[in-house]
Design a protein around this ligand. Structure first.
Ligand SMILES: [Zn+2]
Ligand SMILES: [Zn+2]
Ligand SMILES: [Zn+2]
Length: 365
């Protein structure tokens, strides 16, 4: 994630900032330009540092808490993130309001990454190939349980995932080392973008070579996974145990992981992080985050920064008494899968919504 600066006093402000702590100026994020804009008056208009005019998203309310802005010329009342919603929970219920607000805050982080990668992110209400979100709560009966997942461009999230107690309970039940709201958005978006960017393209065969044949029955594969568990050597080929259950899930887990990696590297880049461990042989542990990871086409350069950065990140977490912030190990086949995700994302043809990656990318796998 980038760091931002207040356009009035120059102080550092953040992605979620609604006010500059130094000079008191009201702020919003203009997602179309991935920059902060300054609120100029009480009627909710904002101006970016280049003179562009913006207004508050219609979800800039206490219930929704959206700090994103809509371009003045855009007639949609909602920002680029909120307009993706198809169903939101019943806000008459205070628990729903609290949980939904948390989900939206994390969703904006996912949408930010999609915008930085120049991925197509059109609402399904405008384009049948587009994306939509349903945020749903469990009903009283077992049959009314909401399953988080993706189908046909609609990502469904059970709002209970925003409750930290419930999420931790599910994490332990599933025996997962890592479970976050943002991770859900990234994972489910992987299924959507597989349909858009891989399924009907030259990348399908190279995908199958790396991840396996997705035509094997999904339901039976999932059932076998829950009955038998992962293969004992899963860590030599997969990023997570869940990735072992089907090639679609392996892809979505790898896609999600690539987002974790790039967004965390961008934070390191924004802070100008340089790490030079004070031990003997330090070359492999050094970091000089000098590349904007959303822009760079050099996957190996990203990976060279990532491994030592995660070692330092985990050491810092342990010093604070927390578990490892990054509870993963990347075997060589997993790195190849991440490299493939990198190439799919940087096919360079997505700005206009086309989904066919460039031929040289397809032939390099
Ligand atoms: Zn300021
Ligand atoms: Zn919004
Ligand atoms: Zn999945």
């Amino acid at each position: 994630m980038k760091l931002f600066s207040c356009g009035v006093c120059g102080s550092t402000v953040h992605f979620d900032s609604i006010r500059c702590e130094a000079c008191g100026t009201g702020l919003g994020l203009a997602p179309d330009i991935c920059d902060i804009a300054m609120l100029r008056d009480a009627c909710g208009m904002a101006e970016d540092r280049h003179g562009g005019r913006w207004r508050l998203c219609a979800h800039n309310t206490p219930d929704a808490g959206c700090n994103w802005l809509v371009a003045e010329a855009d007639d949609d009342p909602w920002c680029l993130s909120c307009r993706l919603n198809r169903v939101i929970p019943n806000l008459a219920n205070p628990d729903h309001r609290r949980l939904w607000k948390r989900l939206e805050a994390e969703k904006r982080r996912f949408v930010y990454s999609a915008l930085r990668f120049n991925l197509p992110i059109t609402p399904q209400s405008r384009d049948l190939r587009g994306l939509a979100f349903d945020f749903l709560a469990d009903g009283p009966g077992f049959s009314e349980r909401v399953l988080t997942g993706h189908a046909g461009g609609v990502i469904t999230i059970n709002i209970a995932e925003a409750d930290p107690v419930e999420r931790e309970r599910m994490r332990q039940e599933m025996d997962e080392p890592y479970r976050t709201i943002l991770g859900h958005f990234r994972h489910e978006s992987g299924h959507y973008y597989w349909d858009r960017l891989v399924r009907d393209t030259d990348l399908l065969e190279p995908y199958r070579v790396l991840f396996g044949d997705e035509r094997v029955g999904y339901g039976a594969a999932l059932q076998a996974h829950y009955e038998n568990g992962p293969p004992v050597d899963w860590g030599e080929r997969f990023i997570s145990t869940y990735a072992t259950c089907h090639p679609w899930e392996d892809w979505a887990e790898s896609w999600s992981h690539y987002f974790h990696m790039v967004d965390t590297l961008e934070t390191a880049f924004a802070y100008g992080m340089r790490l030079t461990p004070r031990t003997g042989l330090t070359g492999a542990l050094s970091v000089d985050a000098g590349l904007d990871p959303y822009e760079t086409r050099n996957f190996d350069a990203l990976m060279a920064q990532w491994m030592p950065l995660t070692l330092a990140l985990n050491s810092l977490s342990r010093s604070m008494g927390h578990a490892h912030a990054y509870p993963f190990a990347l075997a060589s086949p997993v790195i190849d899968k991440l490299r493939f995700v990198h190439h799919v994302i940087h096919g360079g043809v997505f700005a206009d919504g086309r989904s066919r990656p460039s031929p040289e990318i397809a032939s390099s796998f």
